[in-house]
Each structure stands twice: as structure tokens, then as C-alpha cells.
Write a protein of this length. Structure first.
Length: 222
């Protein structure tokens, strides 16, 4: 008998946990009016997103690590879509603002989510508000891609996760000098680079858009 850890067993446990937890969230999201589904792998997620985006549609992408980890910006551009995103080096403040506005005017808005609750809500915190705003109103179709690591019990746990994980890691990503980037702990700061200025909780599908949430059996994003 091998005394070491059985990696195949460990993989199966993780896969089952991801699926069971995601399927619970998917059912709750569907009850709240969202189109929602679970896919086991990043490859399946890419195929599903490409299936959801209408031919020739313009696609706006917020500052989503998950979308970029999946390679979706490249996949969409290769299929001929106009992909609009502000996450580019060297932009002036005016160019950055123009692109953020243009993202929300696209036919499809593709984004991640800071947290997805087991009772079917999406919780997001922004520094500028363009992502939260575009998810709530503007594009005719919104597609949210999220790894199962974003699933939490409820809104309170979502806020706690954002403060403990998403905000510090995003501040580090941007090389901001906020307290959380230096300590890993939110201190409800007054820093000019604070990224937790607006909180959006989407409890039910907004009436203005087709809204799909795709949960993925992989750890993605922050």
C-alpha cells in the first residue's frame, strides 16, 4: 500500500467539491432569473462563451483576471469580434475613461465577479464603478465567468472575501500603495488609490439584459 497521498483521489475530491458547490449556486442563480450553468474545465468555459456571443457582436471586457486567464480576449478577437478593454499600458486618463465608457456600450459585456453566493447573488466592489455599472445596465448581454473559488455562502461572506482576498490581491496587481497591499488586510482606508469605493449586489437578473453566469470547476481570478 502506498503511504503517500493518492493524487488521483485528491483530484477526484476537488472535482466533486467544485461541481457540487457550483451546482448549488447555479440552481439559486436560476431561481433568481439568471441563465446559469456549470462547466468542469476552462476549455469548456471558453467554448461556452464563444457559443453565447452572437456573430459579429462587439464585446466589452472589464478588468477581469478570469477572462484573461481563460484567454477569452484573444479567442474573441481571433473570431473577428471587436474587443474593447481599458486594461492597457500607457493610457492617458482621457483614453482610459473613453474605453471604460465604450466597454459598457458594447453589445456584450464580459466580466468576472468578486463573489457568487449560494443563494444566487453576485457581489462586486469597484474603485471606479464602470464594471458594477455595466453589469447592471447598458449592454444587451452580460456574461459572467467565475471559478468555483468565488462561491460564498451569502452577501456578508462575499464582502468578507472581497476585503480579505480580492481587494488586497488586486491592489498588489496594480502596484497600489494602499494599506491592504502592504499588509494583506483591509483597513477601510482613505487612500487616494483605494479600490473599494462602490459595492454592487445583483439580487435578481436585471430586466434590461440577457444575463449568463458561468461557473467553472477551476480556481480562477482573485
Amino acid at each position: 500500500m502506498n503511504p503517500d497521498l493518492d493524487q488521483t483521489l485528491l483530484t477526484r475530491i476537488r472535482e466533486t467539491y467544485a461541481r457540487v458547490r457550483s451546482e448549488q449556486a447555479v440552481k439559486a442563480l436560476q431561481r433568481n432569473g439568471f441563465e446559469a450553468s456549470y462547466v468542469a474545465t476552462p476549455g469548456e468555459a471558453v467554448a461556452k462563451v464563444l457559443e453565447l456571443v452572437p456573430e459579429g457582436a462587439s464585446v466589452g471586457v472589464g478588468g477581469s483576471m478570469t477572462a484573461r486567464q481563460l484567454g477569452l480576449l484573444t479567442a474573441l478577437a481571433q473570431r473577428g469580434h471587436r474587443v474593447v478593454h481599458h486594461w492597457q499600458p500607457g493610457l492617458s486618463p482621457a483614453e482610459d475613461r473613453r474605453l471604460r465608457l465604450e466597454e459598457s456600450a458594447c453589445e456584450v459585456y464580459l466580466t468576472g465577479s468578486n463573489a457568487v453566493t449560494l443563494d444566487g447573488k453576485l457581489v462586486n466592489v469597484d474603485g471606479t464603478g464602470n464594471r458594477v455599472g455595466a453589469m447592471m445596465f447598458g449592454p444587451a448581454r452580460v456574461i459572467v465567468v467565475a471559478g468555483y473559488n468565488k462561491i460564498v455562502a451569502d452577501v456578508d461572506e462575499a464582502i468578507a472575501r472581497i476585503k480579505a482576498v480580492a481587494a488586497p490581491m488586486n491592489a498588489i496587481r496594480y502596484a497600489y500603495k494602499t494599506p491592504c497591499a502592504l499588509t494583506g488586510v483591509c483597513s477601510d482606508c482613505a487612500s487616494p488609490q483605494r479600490i473599494c469605493n462602490l459595492t454592487g449586489v445583483i439580487e435578481k437578473r436585471p430586466r434590461s439584459a440577457a444575463f449568463t453566469v458561468l461557473l467553472i470547476g477551476a480556481e480562477l481570478g482573485f
